[in-house]
Design a protein around this ligand. Structure first.
Ligand code: SF4
Length: 110
């Protein structure tokens, strides 16, 4: 999940020249612990296979898949949920598979 902070929401709503309230209604949903989460798959900011807010993209996008945090394996399932969020996140996962030398074993091939 990509969490959006108050500060990030303010920054991007300014860039989009919409009110913060409009931004929240259009792009965010509330998760557990009152976290604000991006609400769309694929991402609303994906335009022509590029991030339309790249310079202001959220910390969760910048640090994805957050290898610096503990318990990577426990977060693996949620990482794969981002495959269809945007090509940047898709490419990060694909690169990670190469670096980890991920291979299907014989029983997993069609
Ligand atoms: S990096 Fe991808 S998921 Fe993040 S805001 Fe940009 S298009 Fe959306």
């Amino acid at each position: 999940m990509i969490v959006v902070t108050d500060e990030e929401a303010n920054t991007v709503s300014k860039k989009l020249q919409i009110t913060r309230k409009s931004f929240d209604q259009a792009y965010l949903e509330k998760g557990g612990f009152e976290l604000m989460l991006m609400n769309s798959m694929p991402c609303s900011f994906l335009m022509d296979d590029s991030c339309s807010i790249y310079d202001q993209r959220f910390e969760g996008c910048r640090e994805f898949p957050a290898l610096h945090l503990n318990d990577f394996k426990k977060r693996l399932f949620s990482h794969f949920m981002h495959y269809s969020r945007c090509p940047i996140l898709f490419n990060v996962i694909e690169q990670l598979k190469i670096e980890l030398r991920f291979e299907l074993n014989d029983s997993q091939h069609d």
